[in-house]
Design a protein around this ligand. Structure first.
Ligand SMILES: *[C@@H]1O[C@H](CO)[C@@H](O)[C@H](O)[C@H]1NC(C)=O
Ligand SMILES: *[C@@H]1O[C@H](CO)[C@@H](O)[C@H](O)[C@H]1NC(C)=O
Ligand SMILES: *[C@@H]1O[C@H](CO)[C@@H](O)[C@H](O)[C@H]1NC(C)=O
Ligand SMILES: *[C@@H]1O[C@H](CO)[C@@H](O)[C@H](O)[C@H]1NC(C)=O
Ligand SMILES: *[C@@H]1O[C@H](CO)[C@@H](O)[C@H](O)[C@H]1NC(C)=O
Ligand SMILES: *[C@@H]1O[C@H](CO)[C@@H](O)[C@H](O)[C@H]1NC(C)=O
Ligand SMILES: *[C@@H]1O[C@H](CO)[C@@H](O)[C@H](O)[C@H]1NC(C)=O
Ligand SMILES: *[C@@H]1O[C@H](CO)[C@@H](O)[C@H](O)[C@H]1NC(C)=O
Ligand SMILES: *[C@@H]1O[C@H](CO)[C@@H](O)[C@H](O)[C@H]1NC(C)=O
Ligand SMILES: *[C@@H]1O[C@H](CO)[C@@H](O)[C@H](O)[C@H]1NC(C)=O
Length: 429
């Protein structure tokens, strides 16, 4: 545990000194002002990035920039100051045409309308700008149309094949789908990110009509740092997916949704998902008014598919191998979450499936406090085909509903230590 933490801390220090963070004098400076109501800003945004996205500074003034088609920013030794919002028009049928989005995030064939790639860049949005996804018409639409992974709902900000980048003080309002994804990237720091997927249509009060509005999905990426996040959503606040390594998370508030996920893992039968060295600290789960967002699932939870392939990705799958190990989660405040710490290996499972061979081990949970909505405080349902070694707990002080006895479940767990009461190897929730 201590060795792991040392490794994690040492690389954060390496990535910080970016020359693009400084108030350098730039030889190329591009400044943009929104063209105004009814006008399309996409051309001027693309032209500015083409001119100043390499060795230059691009400054967006305050206001709404009307974006009507997919866009890639290829940034190299560049700084972007985004005082306003990139306002993506809610033309649902246009974006659902696969020709009109990028498909760079391999997992579940997700669509992107905005991709940032390159190296040595800093995008600062000053807490006054970012992306407006205009999600409400999308959420309304999908109350009558089935949602499927890879169905084309665009994710708002995709960082893809990027190295040494920093994104600061960035707001993503009303994302139709995942708020962020980082894929095939290294050394990326997000410092200050607000994602807010909140239904405001009274017709749907009391329901979660914002599924899949994950704060971020991390995939095939190394040395990612997430600092100072505030995520309001109806799904995974953070979703740590296959081949995420050396991830550091500090100071994250999750409002509603499922909580912080590791997974799903093992969806692709021919691809191992190897996740290791994760340190998460100072997390807070806040249950919202149930008329606005009814779910607040977990503090952290872990999920894999089982060993039987049921259908194919992006929607089905399973049978994939790999491991998740060396995860430390520390200092977590819980407000009435359903199952504070949860692990299961039966995602999308059918009766009669073979048990998962996906290997979870070396998970450490320190300093969890607050309240649970049920009396199941810890529910580790590891696979009989891959029991979980080294589940370590300390300072777990989570109150069940008043008058109920807390339950701790440890199926197929080897070497559990530190829970306030014995963990039941045959328990069920
Ligand atoms: C965005 O630009 C399109 C033209 O491409 C225009 O029809 C639409 O009204 C504009 N939207 C806003 C909010 O200005
Ligand atoms: C997408 O583009 C291809 C190639 O231009 C074209 O053949 C196809 O019809 C387009 N698909 C849709 C749904 O517009
Ligand atoms: C999210 O948006 C809703 C609706 O606009 C608003 O009421 C709420 O305060 C916002 N949450 C945060 C954390 O900004
Ligand atoms: C934690 O993050 C929030 C934004 O989500 C920020 O307002 C707050 O200042 C941060 N706290 C510290 C101690 O940095
Ligand atoms: C993860 O990395 C391992 C080892 O390099 C590789 O075999 C596997 O295919 C990768 N998985 C994904 C999802 O890229
Ligand atoms: C995070 O938690 C550590 C100890 O768990 C504490 O020392 C530190 O001040 C906290 N940081 C923030 C940003 O709350
Ligand atoms: C916990 O959440 C449930 C569902 O929203 C609610 O019925 C209950 O009153 C809450 N309990 C507390 C103690 O806030
Ligand atoms: C269980 O813990 C003991 C003591 O730390 C260690 O020697 C043993 O290898 C562990 N077992 C497994 C399967 O990890
Ligand atoms: C479990 O932890 C012990 C003690 O740190 C270590 O020796 C052992 O290798 C670990 N087992 C696994 C399977 O990670
Ligand atoms: C463990 O859980 C099983 C199934 O719920 C229950 O029958 C049993 O009494 C529990 N054991 C203890 C010691 O609580």
């Amino acid at each position: 545990m201590f060795a792991a933490r040392w490794v994690l801390v040492s690389f954060v220090l390496q990535v910080l000194p970016l020359h693009v963070l400084a108030a350098t004098t730039w030889s190329k400076v591009c400044t943009l002002t929104p063209l105004g109501a009814g006008q399309d800003d996409t051309d001027q945004v693309e032209a500015a990035i083409a001119q100043c996205g390499e060795n230059g500074l691009t400054v967006f003034d305050a206001g709404d920039f009307n974006i009507t088609r997919k866009m890639t920013w290829n940034l190299a030794s560049a700084r972007v100051e985004l005082h306003g919002y990139l306002n993506f028009q809610p033309d649902i049928q246009y974006w659902l045409n696969a020709n009109n989005t990028y498909r760079v995030v391999y997992i579940q064939d997700q669509a992107s309308w905005f991709v940032v790639t390159g190296h040595d860049f800093h995008i600062d949005a000053f807490n006054t700008g970012g992306i407006n996804g205009n999600g409400q018409p999308w959420w309304n639409y999908y109350t009558t149309v089935p949602r499927l992974d890879g169905d084309g709902r665009p994710l708002s900000l995709t960082v893809y094949q990027a190295t040494r980048g920093r994104i600061s003080n960035f707001h993503i309002e009303s994302p139709p789908f995942w708020c962020n994804a980082v894929a095939e990237s290294q050394d990326i720091i997000y410092d200050g990110m607000v994602c807010n997927a909140t239904n405001t249509n009274p017709e749907f009060y009391g329901q979660n009509i914002v599924p899949n509005t994950d704060g971020i999905d991390t995939y095939r990426s190394d040395k990612i740092t997430l600092l100072n996040w505030d995520v309001t959503c109806g799904d995974d606040c953070l979703a740590i997916k296959g081949n995420t390594t050396n991830l550091v998370v500090n100071n994250v508030t999750c409002r509603g949704g499922n909580g912080i996920a590791f997974g799903s893992l093992g969806q692709y039968v021919d691809l191992n998902d190897d996740v290791e060295n994760v340190l998460m600290e100072n997390l807070s789960m806040v249950r919202l008014d149930p008329s606005i967002q009814p779910n607040m699932g977990s503090g952290v939870y872990f999920k894999s598919f089982d060993a039987t392939v049921n259908g194919a990705p992006p929607t089905g799958g399973g049978g994939g191998g790999g491991y998740l190990k060396n995860v430390v989660v520390r200092n977590v405040k819980l407000d009435n979450v359903t199952t504070p710490i949860h692990l299961y290996q039966t995602n999308d499972a059918q009766p009669g499936d073979a048990p998962s061979k996906y290997q979870f081990s070396d998970l450490t949970f320190i300093g969890f406090s607050g309240t649970a909505q049920t009396n199941t405080i810890v529910d580790l349902a590891c696979s009989p085909a891959a029991p979980c070694p080294n589940m370590s707990f300390s300072d777990i002080d989570i109150a069940p509903p008043s008058g109920e006895a807390p339950k701790y479940i440890c199926q197929n767990v080897i070497n559990e230590t530190g829970l306030p009461a014995p963990c039941n190897a045959t328990g069920t929730d």
